[in-house]
Design a protein around this ligand. Structure first.
Ligand code: NDP
Length: 479
């Protein structure tokens, strides 16, 4: 073989690891370089620790509910340090699992940063050089701070899992998945949460009614959500605890602004907002989107196409403009979801190592926002569908049995978008506890192209919230 390896994967996240393992299983000689921890964003600083924090944050409300159901329940204080230790123990375990899977598949691991010297040569930060016939870039993305003075004072999602202590107050900036999920998590853990979103409604791109209900429920739970609001100015403050918690500009306390680290004990951030208010928060958390990790890999010099947002341009088979270089996952910015990156990795192996060219199917990908309540969605929103063709909208919103019993104002929403012409269900949107679990199942039906009549032929499971999905007989409107 003229090269050291058949395949060299750069990036040990969900997509890269899956591609490496499946390629190695075909007999290919595979290496993988990861500069940070094996598992990538999903396992180490994304989906997994986030979901564990979601679970942790739900107990307060559950214990309040338990009292309404007759339990003499009283929840004590939340031990962040204890939880964090356990959380990181779990992440260490999962990282070990990923390493063992790679070793067990005979994938050679390089714990180094990799850079391409030419289209077949990889230079590693430990000084090693390796060559490979095919190169797969799976370097993921990273959280972005807005381009504004003092943005370094804000934390990003990567930082949240490592906080020394939970703040008393936090300002979350953004209205996407991460902003809304962490607003709910931190609120559930007892932090005073303020959220600024620059647009008219959070969760842009999701169904209007669904996002409206999520916003209402978030406010109902105590999140101070401000729409059409952004930061215009932010500076470091230091709190003189000895003077009754008064805050003042850090210079007056003799601290260099550049040295100021947001969230350090006794230090806070002063924020002026577009709505004119001036407030001080323990932390400012920027959940303002993620950027692809495409720079510093030597790709530009090789002529690999990178778009204005920094995403590597690929064809339907994840091939870049350089014939033997492929890219998958968030670095290509197609759909930034772990299961999509995994699919892209498997399609890559089919295409390159199984002589079975496989384009990735990005249509009708179900997803969930783990807010409280959750938002599960698959297919078109009402707004998208009505632009495409005549539709019927089936929708119901009600107080679910579990919390209505406790006289809670919680509401859930079940919504189906149906094509008038084909009767196919074009989209489903659920706002409810466990909507993520529900939408996985509905996703099968929508992906299979089932019609509203197929839904109606299915007998309800009673008493459940989701039985409404098969019992909505009349459209609420047509469009
Ligand atoms: P999103 O793109 O979802 O949201 C970014 C938010 O930040 C938007 O509300 C955007 O506003 C706002 N924003 C961007 N720039 C600025 C700025 N300069 N000032 C103020 N606000 C700004 O990104 P996330 O970081 O939340 O998530 C990244 C991706 O990760 C998601 O798209 C999703 O694919 C994935 N993810 C999936 C999860 C899941 O499956 N549950 C969980 C977490 C992440 P505007 O709408 O106006 O552009």
């Amino acid at each position: 073989m003229p090269y050291d390896f058949d395949l060299f994967v750069i990036g040990g996240g969900s997509g890269g690891v899956r591609a490496a393992r499946t390629a190695a299983a075909t007999g290919a000689k595979v290496a993988l370089a990861e500069e940070s921890r094996m598992g990538g964003t999903c396992v180490i600083r994304g989906c997994v620790p986030k979901k564990l924090m979601v679970f942790a944050s739900e107990f307060r409300e559950q214990s309040e509910l338990a009292r309404e159901y007759g339990w003499d329940a009283k929840l004590g204080a939340f031990d962040w340090a204890g939880f964090r230790t356990r959380l990181h123990g779990e992440l260490d375990r999962l990282e070990g699992v990923y390493r063992r899977l790679l070793n067990g598949s005979n994938v050679k691991i390089f714990d180094s940063r990799a850079k391409l010297a030419d289209s077949h040569t990889i230079r590693l930060s430990d000084g090693t050089t390796a060559t490979a016939e095919t190169i797969l870039i799976a370097t993921g993305g990273r959280p972005m701070r807005p381009d504004m003075p003092n943005a370094h004072l804000g934390v990003v999602s990567d930082d949240i899992f490592n906080l020394d202590s939970l703040p008393k107050s936090i300002l979350i900036v953004g209205g996407g998945y991460i902003a809304c999920e962490f607003a709910c998590i931190l609120n559930g853990l007892g932090v005073e949460v303020t959220q600024y979103y620059r647009g008219a409604q959070i969760l842009r791109g999701f169904d209007e009614e669904a996002r409206g209900l999520v916003a209402e429920m978030m406010r109902e739970r105590g999140i101070d959500l401000h729409l059409g609001t952004n930061i215009v100015e932010m500076t470091a403050e230091a709190t003189r605890l000895s003077e009754g918690g008064m805050t003042m500009p850090v210079e007056e306390l003799g601290i260099d602004r550049e040295d100021k680290q947001a969230g350090a004990p006794g230090e806070t951030v002063w924020v002026k907002a577009t709505n004119g208010t001036e407030r001080v928060f323990d932390y400012v958390f920027f959940a303002t989107g993620r950027a692809p990790n495409s720079h510093g890999l030597g790709l530009e010099d090789l002529g690999v196409g990178i778009n204005r947002r920094g995403a590597i341009e690929v064809d339907a088979y994840s091939r870049t403009s350089v014939e033997n270089i492929y890219a998958i996952g968030d670095v290509t910015d197609r759909i930034q979801l772990t299961p999509v990156a995994i699919r892209e990795g498997m399609a890559f192996t089919e295409t390159v190592y199984k002589n079975n060219p496989t384009a990735v199917d990005h249509a009708l990908v179900p997803s969930a926002v783990f807010t409280q309540p959750e938002l599960g969605t698959v297919g078109m929103t009402e707004e998208q569908a009505r632009e495409q063709e005549p539709i019927e909208v089936y929708c119901t919103s009600f107080r679910p049995m579990k919390t209505a019993f406790a006289e809670r104002p919680d509401r859930v929403l079940m919504k189906l978008i149906v094509s008038k012409a084909t009767r196919k269900v074009l989209g489903c949107h659920i706002v409810a506890p466990d909507a993520g679990e529900l939408i996985q199942m509905v996703g099968i039906a929508v992906k299979a192209g089932l019609t509203k009549e197929d839904f109606d032929r299915t007998v309800a499971v009673h008493p459940t919230m989701s039985e409404e999905l098969v019992t909505m007989h009349s459209p609420v409107r047509t469009a």
